[in-house]
Design a protein around this ligand. Structure first.
Ligand SMILES: [Zn+2]
Ligand SMILES: [Zn+2]
Length: 160
């Protein structure tokens, strides 16, 4: 655990960054929105709306599941977050809106960030054409085994 992350100054800095991001995306700032954005900015694990609700509900009794769902949709509509449909059962939320690829680990279920393949981040940040079609967003989804799982599997093998 990083103890520095829980110091009051850091919490304030993150709160300020979350507020600024909402403003920059043209979103009216409310306490609940800042709170959700703050959670996303400090949990880079592509959580789904249920994860966010479960994490925040104990400290925010007035927060409802519906509010979290609606807020997430609204944040995505304003480009503050990206919604991933890599997992068949969930919509996962990504606070990092710079184009990047994702690997869904079939062993642990985590969604890991990986660099885009075959296209630069810069090119993927703008609309471009393929043939006579206009591409506006690039989503690259990969399925496989993440680095951590591979290492665990290798360790298990060497122990045998
Ligand atoms: Zn894994
Ligand atoms: Zn990501």
């Amino acid at each position: 655990m990083n103890t520095l992350a829980s110091t009051p100054t850091d919490t304030l800095a993150i709160e300020r960054a979350a507020t600024e991001k909402l403003r920059r995306c043209g979103i009216n700032v409310t306490r609940q929105r800042v709170c959700i954005m703050q959670y996303l900015m400090t949990h880079h694990v592509h959580p789904n709306a249920d994860d966010i609700y479960s994490a925040l509900a104990p400290q925010h009794p007035s927060l409802s599941r519906t509010t979290v769902y609606n807020t997430v949709r609204m944040l995505a509509a304003h480009g503050a977050v990206t919604l991933l449909s890599i997992d068949d059962h969930n919509i996962n939320i990504d606070e990092n809106t710079l184009p990047h690829a994702h690997l869904h680990c079939t062993r642990c279920g985590h969604i890991v960030d990986i660099p885009l393949q075959g296209i630069s981040t810069l090119q993927a940040s703008h609309a471009f054409t393929i043939g006579k079609h206009l591409v506006q967003e690039v989503h690259q989804y990969y399925k496989g085994v993440c680095q951590q799982c591979l290492e665990e599997m290798q360790d298990a093998q060497t122990l045998q």
